[in-house]
Design a binder for this molecule. Structure first.
Ligand SMILES: [Zn+2]
Length: 493
């Protein structure tokens, strides 16, 4: 069997002011053997595709693939140039020796200018060149906004079950296993989609416990119990992409169309019956600090509303301002994005003091810049560390040039790249042993829990104002359906 894989993976937050430009696309795209080498030994979707293929004796041809960090939509020309190259490379692989299937490890909530559904756009372009027969499989993120068009243009879609996404690698493997099954048995699998009138903010989506965990367990049990089923995935959707079809959904893959449809329907009914349970109270910065001070430490406070992993700028100052106001011994803020302050601190050097305006420079949604006087420069780092979170463990993480500032009792890590904090990497490179700290603040909605759960004694969520807030009433949606639950209270049967 011979397959080829590639694609463009992006989670688009249309409230962000930072687009994916052609220059960014140039940076992130990997081609051919360089693509395969880059993912070898790391727990990613692509590595899952490669490893499963190797085990099953499948020739897996890497074409072109890249993941852009979550932010605003991709520029039209850059996206179109990518799609042309993807299709050309897939076709070249096919002309060398016929392909039996194509695998796209992508996302499901990607938007480009003029393309509200970039997954369907990639599929359509491939179909135009290859025709209707070649099996195309997708691995999709649990935050995908899944559309009927995506289903019609592909044969098999599987999604991450977990949030934190600790099963990205396994999902890549599953897709290849199902493509292989189809190929060896000669029997096509079928998929079905049921969309729900429901927006789920990432602040409510954790699958380690609570309603999202129950929904995942329900679906996994269905697959175990029914030999005709191969996969059932509950997609939470991504409201911030602000497209008309944003929302939660369920997909199922089965031996027959009827079995897939029945399973998707049953799973959707169960998830929908639990929708009220997803709404947990959200804490302001002040409330989060109050809770943290009463809790067993080390306490992690995650500022979910400014999560760069969901397209927020990562330079919001609401929680940091509150920490500076309280000035609790053993506090660390890790980290805030501000490359200007990093350069100012590097120019001044370790051991000196600077006055600066920190953070809130990207847009007007994430607080005011903080005026720091005499901030002491403790460490300077290149920002590189080995990733330990199950998401991408074994790879090199980088938050680019990083400095540690000390202001009163608060240690502030300032970095030059927007990334979500997944493990203790940013703290270690700054010279902080988090186990010595009382309050550890970071910007992430749920993914950080893949590493911090069981290590921090307490986790407190903080929902300051921001473009990744769990409070959907604060968003001026232009396209997303505002009648959907919980903004409205729609009927669904
Ligand atoms: Zn996701």
């Amino acid at each position: 069997m011979r397959i080829a894989f590639g694609g463009y993976e992006h989670e688009t937050n249309n409230f962000s002011s930072t687009p994916v430009t052609g220059a960014v696309m140039d940076q992130i795209m990997r081609r051919g053997e360089d693509l395969a080498r880059h993912h070898a030994g790391i727990r990613t979707m692509v590595a899952g595709v490669l490893d499963e293929s190797a085990e099953l004796g499948i020739d897996a041809v890497p074409t072109i693939y890249g993941e852009a960090g979550p932010c605003a939509a991709t520029e039209k020309g850059a996206f179109e140039a990518f799609v042309t190259e993807l299709v050309d490379r897939l076709w070249a692989a096919h002309c060398e020796a016929p392909l039996d299937a194509i695998a796209l490890p992508i996302h499901g909530a990607g938007v480009a200018e003029g393309y509200p559904d970039i997954e369907a756009a990639q599929l359509r372009a491939i179909r135009e060149r290859f025709g209707p027969d070649i099996p195309i499989g997708m691995v999709l993120d649990l935050h995908g906004n899944i559309t009927p068009e995506m289903m019609e243009l592909s044969n098999i879609s599987v999604g991450f079950q977990t949030y934190p996404h600790t099963d990205t690698y396994e999902s890549g493997r599953l897709l290849v296993r199902l493509l292989h099954e189809q190929h060896t048995t000669g029997k096509r699998l079928h998929q079905a989609l049921v969309q729900l009138p429901w927006h789920i903010a990432p602040a409510f989506g954790v699958t380690l416990s609570g309603p999202a965990h129950d929904v995942m367990a329900f679906n996994q049990q269905m697959v175990k119990d029914d030999p005709a089923l191969r996969d059932v995935t509950f997609f939470q959707g991504f409201p911030y992409s602000d497209v008309s079809f944003a929302g939660a959904s369920v997909t199922a893959v089965a031996e027959t169309a009827e079995a897939a449809q029945r399973a998707a329907r049953k799973a959707a009914e169960y998830a929908w019956s639990r929708r009220q349970d997803f709404l947990i109270p959200l804490n302001s910065a002040e409330q989060a600090m109050d809770l943290a001070l009463q809790a067993e430490y080390p306490v992690v406070i995650n500022e979910s509303s400014d999560n760069p992993g969901g397209g927020a700028p990562g330079d919001g100052t609401f929680l940091l301002a509150e920490m500076l106001r309280r000035d609790v011994p053993g506090s660390v803020y890790g980290y805030i994005f501000d490359p200007e302050v990093v350069q100012q601190a590097i120019a001044a050097g370790v051991g000196s003091r600077i006055d600066c305006l920190l953070g809130a420079k990207t847009d007007s949604h994430h607080g005011q810049p903080l005026e720091l006087k005499g901030a002491y420069i403790k460490t300077i780092s290149d920002g590189k560390y080995l990733k330990k979170n199950p998401m991408g463990a074994g790879g090199i993480g980088s938050i680019s040039q990083t400095v540690l500032l000390q202001v009163g009792n608060v240690s502030i890590i300032v970095a030059s790249a927007r990334r979500q904090v997944l493990d203790d990497g940013p703290f270690r490179i700054a010279g902080i042993d988090w186990q010595d700290m009382r309050i550890i603040a970071l910007k992430s909605a749920q993914h950080f829990k893949g590493w911090w759960t069981g290590r921090a004694r307490t986790i407190v969520a903080c929902d300051s104002p921001g473009i990744h807030s769990g409070d959907l009433t604060t968003f001026a949606f232009r396209h997303a359906n505002t009648d959907y639950f919980p903004l409205g209270d729609p009927e669904w049967e």
